[in-house]
Design a binder for this molecule. Structure first.
Ligand SMILES: [Zn+2]
Length: 277
């Protein structure tokens, strides 16, 4: 059996591992102090297998093909129930610690924001978050502006938008920390910033579940992505409104109403528990 094939099969086993095989603690990426002071996280042996994959064909165990065309759709892809994403060898894409817009639902615009906006100046160096291969390097006037999508062996694809310049080409192999672009204000953007997305097979993950920009570190050594979202609850406090709760929890009023069988005009009680996701 070839080495690549062996890695492929072992990686496939890894992503199909049932969640029950991990402890409850491992399922909870907890926001915590900088990495060096974190409690050791159980890192299963197969993670080292996953990261050993050839950079020419990163995360081939997850993605059905390699193309420079489609942004976030993957024909014929099967999303596993659980994907363990190793943060091994990460680099924050910018030195900036200032978040200007969060991930999730934006009540003002009535749509979701699939990434995180981090303040950068025009010309600031933007770096690859992990080793990987550049899948898309393009310009989109009405959207991302100059943007890049990089696929990584850990299963993630990262997106870097509104750049003033792209420094890498499609199919280039990059290493974590390599300069890949310069900060800018291109595309649909008001004020220079980096729009940063983290996705698995096109499914957006809140970058703040992985990276802690204000403290310039990571949130967890291994992030456990589960297809079925965890249930999230919120206890109503004095002065809360449904729209306020929705925005704070990156969801919509409609979603909260659906999950709790209430209407948007329902009067909330202090201390009441609402499911928000
Ligand atoms: Zn954005």
């Amino acid at each position: 059996m070839s080495k690549t094939l062996k890695y492929g099969i072992m990686s496939l086993l890894a992503v199909m591992l049932p969640l029950s095989a991990m402890t409850a603690q491992d399922q909870m990426p907890v926001r915590s102090a900088p990495v060096q002071t974190m409690d050791p996280v159980f890192v299963p042996e197969y993670l080292s297998v996953g990261t050993a994959v050839d950079l020419d064909n990163p995360a081939a165990y997850l993605y059905p093909d390699w193309n420079n065309v489609y942004l976030h759709t993957f024909e014929g892809a099967v999303l596993p129930d659980t994907v363990v994403v190793s943060m091994n060898g990460y680099c924050l894409p910018t030195d900036s610690t200032y978040i200007t817009d969060k991930f999730g639902y934006r009540p003002r615009r009535g749509r979701s924001h699939m990434g995180l906006d981090v303040k950068v100046k025009i010309g600031d160096t933007i770096r690859a978050a992990f080793d990987g291969k550049v899948r898309i390097s393009k310009y989109e006037r009405r959207g991302y502006g100059h943007y890049l999508i990089i696929r990584h062996p850990n299963g993630l694809e990262t997106v870097y938008g509104h750049l003033s310049r792209r420094l890498v080409d499609e199919n280039d192999i990059v290493h974590a920390g390599d300069p890949i672009g310069l900060g800018g204000n291109s595309g649909r953007s008001t004020g220079s910033h980096l729009h940063f997305e983290t996705r698995i097979l096109g499914n957006a993950i809140n970058p703040e579940s992985l990276f802690d920009f204000p403290n310039h570190c990571i949130v967890t050594d291994s992030y456990v992505f589960t297809k079925n979202k965890r249930e999230v609850y919120y206890k109503v406090r004095s002065g809360d409104t449904l729209s306020g709760i929705a925005s704070r929890n990156s969801t919509s009023v409609t979603n909260i109403c659906r999950l709790n069988g209430i209407s948007k005009n329902t009067v909330l009680r202090v201390g009441q528990t609402l499911r928000v996701n």
